[in-house]
Design a protein around this ligand. Structure first.
Ligand SMILES: [Mg+2]
Length: 274
């Protein structure tokens, strides 16, 4: 299984998984990141975050490969990264982009025309100060969270949620529950579809290698991408629990919260001469 023809690829959620819930720091996972870099194992970020939020994280983590933003709305492939099929993809913000979502303006139109009647408010209705207060992000980071290309995080009263979801579905969207917000996303997008496309792209890039995939997440909206990897991992939530993983075979329940659990799982799966 660990011969030269084996190529591991690791897919990971960010919020509450690789990033600490309170501090947004990944420092507890540093040695696991170094392990992956030392073995030239690609680490693919699969996140609800925006391109503007992911770019500084990729620089800090020294990642140079593809990544998935806004809950599977798009796979971004960096230019000049040697991906044969990437030149056929449209260019967005300086990257090659495989699009699964819809343009942000369409989510905003839905918010303004329908969701607003239910009292739902999206990032586009909030000031940077309000986003900062609701997320505990500093103002500059909150500004990057507001630089949306596809999906709209929103706040809605729980008793209006079912109604909002019904309206969203009629308009070709659906409502996805995230850690702090609900997200208006295109009906056809999820993290799993984006990850499945990227696994196939890796296989085309390295036809002679056997691709083995790891996926790490913490919450129900990660289950669709964890179900398409070979080795799914769930880290503990901030309260110490694991989410239910019924129907997810051979899942590894990491023995730590967020990035600490991430680090333990990566060392267990890939460490010590494997
Ligand atoms: Mg998460």
């Amino acid at each position: 299984m660990h011969d030269a023809a084996t190529q591991w690829v690791v897919f990971t959620d960010l919020d509450d998984t690789l990033l600490d819930e309170q501090t947004y720091s990944w420092s507890a996972a540093r040695s696991g990141l170094e392990l992956l870099a030392g073995r030239s194992i690609p680490l693919v970020l699969v996140t609800s975050k925006t391109l503007a939020e992911v770019e500084p994280l990729r620089r800090d983590m020294r990642l140079d490969g593809p990544f998935i933003v806004e809950n599977g709305a798009a796979v971004f492939v960096p230019p000049d990264s040697g991906w044969p099929e990437a030149t056929d993809l449209p260019e967005v913000a300086g990257y090659r982009c495989r699009l699964f979502g819809r343009p942000y303006a369409e989510a905003r139109r839905f918010m303004a025309s329908q969701a607003a009647r239910l009292g739902a408010r999206g990032f586009g209705d909030m000031t940077i100060d309000e986003i900062s207060a609701r997320t505990a992000l500093p103002a500059d980071a909150a500004g990057r969270a507001a630089e949306r290309l596809f999906t709209e995080p929103c706040a809605v009263e729980p008793d209006r949620l079912a109604e909002l979801d019904a309206l969203a579905r009629r308009a070709g969207f659906r409502i996805l529950e995230g850690g702090r917000f609900y997200h208006v996303v295109a009906a056809g997008q999820d993290k799993g579809a984006a990850v499945r496309w990227l696994i196939a792209a890796y296989q085309r890039r390295w036809p002679g290698r056997r691709i083995i995939t790891v996926g790490v997440g913490d919450s129900p909206n990660d289950l669709d991408f964890l179900s398409v990897v070979d080795a799914p991992v769930i880290v503990r939530r901030p309260d110490g629990t694991h989410i239910r993983t019924d129907g997810l075979p051979q899942v590894l329940l990491a023995a730590g919260i967020g990035p600490a659990g991430w680090n333990l799982a990566i060392h267990r799966l890939l460490g010590d001469g494997r």
